[in-house]
Design a protein around this ligand. Structure first.
Ligand SMILES: Nc1ncnc2c1ncn2[C@@H]1O[C@H](COP(=O)(O)OP(=O)(O)OP(=O)(O)O)[C@@H](O)[C@H]1O
Ligand SMILES: [Mg+2]
Length: 253
């Protein structure tokens, strides 16, 4: 069965792209063709995995300027990983999101339906915010998983997101599931991180942790999958790998 997942919270810098990209890699490395759709006008997921000139991007597909197959790119060195890119510089998604998407709130949902003919696993990487583009992506998803950093205001951000999601479900007739939280950049030596994890556990959500690990940033700088990146023989920490494998093993069901 095919499934589309978005990792989302309206807050910036909580690890949406890092977790989207890392889970897409994990799924692909385990042998399952996986598509990462870059729905962020910043194009961070695309510049992480793809270098060199590309001809087409997501906004071209959405505007009918090319076929979807012409825009999807296979990631070099990560078998089974595919990206439907957005150009951070000179790209058209920002303008599209500011103008046309208002009249076409279901455009991403329609695209995902088409993509599901080709991919059983699709991940959407969203920009921060809860505007029209993010809403269109959320209703295109079967499940949204919320990444958050273990900070004081994160739980407030989650409350706001839950509230907005209720409205989106009602107004846009969506049944997107929201039952998991990922506490990202978790450090078990820090008391506050433990407190926030425990506070998150008291709610209705299943709560997962991804440890703080400098290899995420380094692998992004090196345009590599974090699971295969090595610097002086060192890659992701064992517990980071376990956390990623664990998360990937439960979310696609
Ligand atoms: N578990 C982690 N350990 C250490 N660094 C991390 C971790 N997760 C993310 N980062 C780093 O934090 C920064 C922000 O992460 P990321 O870009 O994934 O956030 P985002 O939510 O996608 O941001 P935006 O809202 O701008 O799209 C990046 O430099 C990334 O490498
Ligand atoms: Mg991002």
């Amino acid at each position: 069965m095919s499934k589309t997942i978005a990792f989302h919270l309206q807050k910036g810098g909580v690890g949406k792209t890092t977790i989207s990209g890392t889970i897409a890699c994990q799924s692909a490395l385990e042998g399952i063709p996986t598509l990462l759709v870059d729905v962020d006008p910043q194009g961070n997921a695309s510049s992480w995995f793809l270098t060199g000139d590309l001809e087409y991007e997501l906004s071209d597909v959405l505007q009918g300027l090319c076929y979807v197959d012409d825009a999807i790119v296979e990631v070099p060195n990560v078998e089974n990983l595919f990206v439907l890119p957005t150009f951070g510089i000179g790209g058209g998604l920002k303008t599209y999101a500011e103008t046309k998407i208002a009249e076409e709130p279901y455009v991403l949902q329609d695209l995902v339906q088409e993509l599901k003919q080709k991919f059983d696993r699709i991940i959407l990487d969203l920009p921060p915010g809860l505007g029209k583009l993010e809403r269109a992506a959320l209703i295109a998803s079967d499940e949204v998983i919320t990444p958050m950093t273990p900070e004081v205001f994160s739980l407030d951000g989650l409350e706001i997101f839950i509230d907005e999601l209720k409205r989106i479900r009602k107004n846009l007739r969506s049944q997107v599931k929201h039952e998991r939280i990922v506490i990202n950049s978790y450090d078990d030596r820090i008391r506050q991180h433990k407190d926030i994890f425990n506070a998150a556990l008291t709610g209705v959500f299943k709560v997962y942790k991804i440890p703080v690990d400098p290899v995420f940033r380094k692998s992004q700088e090196a345009n590599k999958a974090p699971q295969v990146f090595k610097q002086r023989g060192k890659g992701l920490k064992e517990k980071t790998l376990e956390a990623i494998q664990g998360l990937n093993s439960v979310i696609w069901r």
